[in-house]
Design a binder for this molecule. Sequence first.
Ligand code: SF4
Length: 181
Amino acid sequence: MKKVNEIFYSIQGEGYYTGTPAVFVRFSGCNLKCPFCDTQHEDGILMSDEEILSEVGKYPAVMVILTGGEPSLWIDREFVDRLHRIGKYVCIETNGTRSLPNNIDWVTCSPKEGSNAIVVNPHEIKVVYTGQDLSTYEEMTAAVYYLQPCSCQNTEEVIDYIKKHPKWKLSLQTQKILNVR
Ligand code: SF4
C-alpha cells in the first residue's frame, strides 16, 4: 500500500513540461522538513497499486507526475513499470536526497538548501530562487536548469540572475498565475 495525498488531473505549471496535461499523483510525507514548505502533503489515504493505476487510468493524458511530499518514499521499479504498461510517460519531482528506480522517464530534481542531493544526472534541475548561492547546483549535470521565483514574488531578481548566468532558464508557476490546479 502507498499513502496518497491526492490524485488530480491538470496541466504541468512549471519547468520543462509547462503546459502539458498530466495526472498528478501526490504522495504523502517527506524526509525533509523545509521551513518554507507550502505543500499540504501530510494527510493521505492508503491505496493499493491497483487502486492508484485505476484512478490514473481514468484520465486521457499520457503524462503522469509523481510528486509529494517526497514520492521516492513510496515508489519502486515495479510501480513505474506498471504505469508504463498502461501507456504512461512517468515523471517524478524529487528533492534528490534518495535513490530512484532507473526506469523513470523524466526526473526533475529540486534540491533543497542544507540537504545533500544524491540523484545523479537528473533530466531537469528546478530551484526556487531566494538569493541563495547556486554554485553547487550549477555543478550538477542535467539536461536543463530552471530557476523559479519564490511564490511569484521576485521574478525580476530571477530574470536578472538568469541574464548573468544563462545556463538557467526561467520557470514560472503558471498554475498560480492562471489560478488553475
Ligand atoms: S522537500 Fe519539498 S515537500 Fe519536502 S519539506 Fe521540503 S519543500 Fe516540502
